[in-house]
Design a protein around this ligand. Structure first.
Ligand code: MLC
Ligand code: AMP
Length: 513
């Protein structure tokens, strides 16, 4: 029987010469490390055997909040290999956020950094998790200690298309995060299609400088290189100057727009430094036309912008092959092969080419629903089962898709999503606060920055700095407003609704000069 486990496909793509370097570390503690394909094969087998030895129930979730490391990638692969469900968590999340994810997902295993073991294990044990391991970025921790005792032979667990491979939490408009359930078929169909569409080759070298707890770094970048049997140069943390130094050895780079903006600010970025490169890919947030054009002028490469989301992996892409069309700045290209995109008006009626409306998607890439939230899942699908992305855009008569905005109240800052409702919830709980409005304003580095406008209760002494400092102790640092204004009231329309557009207009030049 064919095994539809995503890992089986990745494994089958390992090169025959297992002694070739699969991943070379570019930063992190100590000298560069060279991981051969054989190391990935053995490491994932040992970790999968460790998971199997725990006697976990079918469909067990393995929640992971660790610094980026090759071992953390191996852990992801091992979870697939053993047939469990991977649940990655942003390292910036704090106790309150982690408590929610663990309570909601009820993972059988939690893996965290050693320095967080005290508070993470307390939350995990309270939620009923029996196994908590540590994994540090210097290859220490109880996870690897235990895995070292395991056999390095492991038969890949049999999985069918519809079985869950991962749950990715994505914030909701009501403030609470929803776990998007992705199946083996969702991830594999998308990865195989992108391998062809972007022309991945065994002699490619990918600079991997994105975090591995979201779609972009974990799936799109890693799956691409692994399925091609291509080498990765592995950055635990993005550093524009250091990445540019490695470009002459590389062929593919993927980044959110902030990474391109930061590289453009480096004098070392030049036509020569990019001469060996085959492809620069951008996504996760809008790439400004200015950045797109400046990149071409400086490097002679045209960035390929694509569009994706946690619930759907990749939806559209500018063409790689010039025969299929130009890479057009300001657009997210054409719907990917096998992916259906359509535009609907507010009432769900089809709109003609070029008209702006809600973007909806159907295809093998579209997730199975939100974890234990059937009503939310039902709300986000149309009656004919297209997924409502919450993005607003148009599809031209030539098929190119342009995103013009979002119907969901969402801020994307440096490629991370921040939902205003969640931040407003925290601010509104603070003493002396009557209400608040959280908005996104243009930011030269992060694309958008989070700003809070807070109304004080009569007579209350409130200041923005204290509110910001308090938030810093409660939520992930990228969600903390970069500016907090204390005011007497918020602008409202005749219906009493807060006019966030007026606030955005008022503060639009705050971070762009
Ligand atoms: C860091 N900071 C941010 C931030 N990242 N603030 C706002 N938005 C962000 N994205 C702040 C921290 O709070 C901290 O502030 C200060 O910057 C330094 O933190 P750092 O961790 O040292 O920052 P840095 O390493 O410079 O990180 C910036 C970054 C990172 C751009 C490299 O944010 C990043 O890796 N972004 C990529 C996100 C990503 O992979 N998205 C893909 C989602 S998948 P302070 O005040 O605390 O010191 C998806 C689907 C798809 O969307 O289509 O791909
Ligand atoms: P996430 O839920 O973190 O996966 O974020 C998905 C959202 O990121 C999408 O719904 C879009 O709003 C946005 N996004 C992803 N890629 C692009 C892009 N190339 N241009 C504009 N927005 C994008």
């Amino acid at each position: 029987m064919k095994n539809n486990n995503l890992f089986a496909a990745l494994h089958a793509a390992f090169p025959t010469d297992l002694d070739r370097t699969a991943i070379e570390t570019a930063d992190g503690p100590g000298a560069p490390l060279y991981y051969r394909w054989r190391d990935l094969e053995r490491g994932t087998a040992m970790l999968a055997n460790l998971l199997r030895s725990l006697d976990l129930p079918a469909g067990a979730r393995i929640a992971v909040q660790t610094e980026k490391s090759v071992e953390a990638l191996m852990l992801y692969l091992a979870v697939l290999r053993a047939g469990y469900v991977y649940l990655p968590l942003n390292t910036a999340y704090q106790a309150g956020e982690i408590e929610y994810f663990i309570g909601n997902a009820e993972p059988s295993v939690v893996v965290c950094s050693g320095r967080n073991f005290g508070w993470v294990s307390k939350l995990a044990f309270k939620a009923g998790t029996r196994n908590v391991f540590t994994l540090n970025d210097d290859r220490s921790g109880s996870l690897l200690d235990r895995a070292a005792l395991m056999s390095d032979r492991h038969e890949v667990a049999q999985r069918s298309d519809d079985d869950l491979a991962a749950i990715l939490y994505t914030s909701g408009t009501t403030g609470r995060s929803k776990g998007a359930m992705l199946t083996h078929a969702n991830l594999l169909s998308n990865a195989l299609m992108l391998k062809d569409y972007w022309g991945w080759r065994a002699d490619d070298v990918l600079i991997h400088a994105l975090p591995i707890f979201h779609v972009h770094g974990l799936f799109v970048a890693s799956h691409g290189a692994l399925l091609a049997g291509a080498k990765m140069i592995w950055f635990a943390k993005f550093d524009a100057r250091k990445v540019i130094e490695r470009l002459p050895e590389a062929t593919v780079f993927m980044g959110v727009p902030t990474l391109y903006v930061r590289m453009l600010a480096e004098p070392g970025l030049s036509r020569q430094s990019c001469a060996h490169m085959r492809l620069f890919i951008a996504g996760s947030a809008p790439l400004l036309l200015e950045t797109f054009n400046e990149w071409t002028a400086r490097t002679s490469h045209t960035i390929l912008e694509r569009y994706g989301m946690s619930e759907t992996v990749m939806l559209s892409s500018n063409p790689y092959d010039p025969a299929q069309g130009e890479r057009r700045g300001g657009t997210v290209g054409l719907p990917l092969p096998g992916v259906g995109l359509r535009i609907r008006d507010d009432k769900g009626h089809p709109l003609p080419a070029g008209e702006i409306g809600h973007i909806e998607v159907k295809g093998p890439n579209v997730f199975k629903g939100y974890w234990r939230m059937p009503e939310k899942t039902a709300d986000d699908f149309t009656t004919d089962l297209w997924f409502k992305t919450g993005d607003v855009g148009k599809i031209g008569s030539d098929g190119y898709v342009t995103i013009v905005g979002r119907s969901k109240d969402l801020i994307i800052s440096g490629g991370y999503n921040v939902y205003p409702a969640e931040i407003e919830g925290y601010v509104n709980e603070m003493p002396g606060v009557a209400e608040s409005a959280v908005i996104g304003v243009p930011h030269a580095d992060f694309g958008e920055a989070v700003v809070a406008v807070v109304v004080r209760k009569p007579g209350a002494a409130l200041d923005g700095a204290t509110i910001g400092a308090e938030l810093k102790t409660q939520i992930a640092n990228f969600k903390v407003p970069k500016a907090v204004f204390v005011v007497d009231d918020l602008p409202r329309n005749a219906m009493g609704k807060v006019q966030k557009n007026l606030l955005r207009e008022q503060h639009k030049a705050l971070f762009t000069g």
